[in-house]
Design a protein around this ligand. Structure first.
Ligand code: ASP
Length: 446
């Protein structure tokens, strides 16, 4: 059994968190590849090391002294070293970084030092060999990860050592220059390593016990999602639920490696398993019809009406191309006989809404264009809904009982999600009523 265990910033925020990580690592020898983020925030007043490093860089760029910020970073690592009794020569590490700062230093090198230093401290504390990500994680010149070179570079280390600790978030270009990924990129490092070593599980340790069926800000203490498929997760994150970096899914999905979202502060909780196919587990432990409920507020609907619109070939395409010209992404297009609606986020048309309407009127000669704001979209996601007639009927009946007016409805043919549009003011009530009916009432597939 091979597990890749990635620890996020909150899991390594201070010495107390390091101790929790050690306990997790010590109790399961199959956790062979450890990937770490840079120290995150200890509390609301604190700052992530990566944010501080970006701030240092901005100060350098504008010729402002960065000493006080750099000192905050030094102090953080110094505290970890003292509290855990580590031997790492932090003075030497920081003076090396400082000397590089005086030169024409690329930003990426500087911001990668958060993961590097956290990795060095954690490696010593866990007693697991440290391997610099710049020697393993390889980028191509186009910025994508070079899986072939990464595999070749990792191999000698994984042959030599039982266990390895690798800092996340950065790697090196073909010329050796350090490059960082986008924010939250340690998730990607973990996923790439899991792919290369053919891990049985990719554990992603964070500060929540997996995904919740619904946002706890709307329903306190909601049910945890035990299992979710990659495709369901895509639907959920598209509508706003986010725990994992989007690009971390592909490397593990291609090899069918499950991702387990776990909580460093509650290690006994099994968290959420993300899998390509949950059907075997679902047979033993039937899931709810609904896996998750998510949504976003503040959409705008433009409704274009014209007699016999549906028989006018190209009308829809030409109208949509006007949005394309303004780089506005379209969320949804419900169509009827003499009209169609175009749903976009309100933020995306803030500056161009009236120009777009003017162009539609001028070029398409509609009978009417109507604009309505304050729309929310709610996605009800669930593999259990497939092939179960009556699901949408039950859902809509529930809305009717609660006096919620449904503005739009959209369901893909894969039956993985139903997206409904409601007024912003009905958003929370609608989510509560779906949760009440489909989750609280133990409405499971039998
Ligand atoms: N430390 C980086 C960030 O804050 C990368 C990561 O934590 O995954 O974005």
């Amino acid at each position: 059994m091979i597990k890749v265990a990635k620890f996020g910033g909150s899991s390594v925020a201070n010495a107390a968190q390091f101790r929790k990580v050690k306990k997790i690592i010590d109790e399961d020898p199959s956790r062979k590849f450890i990937v770490t983020s840079a120290c995150g925030r200890e509390d609301h007043e604190d700052h992530k090391v990566t944010d501080l490093l970006y701030l240092c860089q901005a100060h350098i760029r504008y010729g402002v002294s960065y000493d006080s910020i750099f000192k905050m970073i030094e102090d953080k690592y110094q505290r970890i070293k003292t509290e855990l009794g580590l031997k790492i020569d932090l003075e030497a590490e920081f003076s090396r970084i400082r000397s590089q700062l005086e030169t024409d230093l690329p930003t990426d090198y500087l911001v990668s030092r958060g993961e590097y230093l956290t990795g060095r401290c954690l490696s010593e504390y866990l007693g697991i060999p440290f391997v610099d990500a710049s020697e393993i994680m390889a980028f191509k010149y186009d910025g994508t990860i070079d899986m072939v070179r990464t595999q070749a570079q990792l191999e000698p280390y994984s042959r030599k050592y039982e266990r390895l600790l690798i800092p996340g978030f950065y790697g090196s270009m073909p010329n050796g220059v350090i490059k960082v990924m986008s924010r939250g990129g340690s998730d990607i490092t973990g996923a790439v390593i899991a792919n290369i070593v053919n891990a049985d599980i990719y554990e992603n340790w964070t500060d929540v016990s997996g995904f919740m069926v619904v946002d706890p800000k709307i329903i306190p203490n909601p049910v945890r999602i035990k299992r979710i498929t990659y495709n369901e997760l895509r639907e959920m994150s598209y509508m706003g639920a986010n725990v994992l970096h989007d690009d971390a899914i592909f490397p593990v999905k291609t090899k069918n490696i499950p991702i387990n979202i776990r909580n460093t502060n509650e290690p006994e909780n099994p968290g959420t398993m993300i899998m390509e196919d949950c059907s075997r587990q679902d047979e033993l432990d039937p899931p709810h019809f609904i896996t998750g409920i998510t949504g976003k507020k503040d959409f705008t609907i433009l409704t274009v009406t014209k007699n016999h619109i549906s028989s006018e070939i190209g009308f829809l395409r030409r109208t949509l191309s006007i949005f394309e010209e303004y780089h506005v992404s379209i969320e949804n297009v419900p169509i009827s006989v003499d009209s169609f609606s175009i749903i976009v986020t309100t933020a995306s048309v803030n500056d161009c809404l009236y120009e777009i309407i003017g162009r539609i009127k001028e070029e398409m000669h509609p009978d009417r264009v109507m604009v309505q704001d304050h729309l929310s979209q709610i996605a009800v996601v669930g593999r259990g809904m497939r092939a179960h007639p009556g699901m949408s009927g039950k859902l809509f009946a529930e809305f009717g009982h609660s006096g919620i007016n449904i503005r739009t409805i959209n369901q893909g043919a894969d039956e993985l999600s139903i997206v409904v549009g409601v007024e912003n003011r009905d958003f929370e009530t609608a989510i509560r009523c779906i949760y009440q009916k489909f989750i609280s009432e133990e409405n499971k597939i039998t």
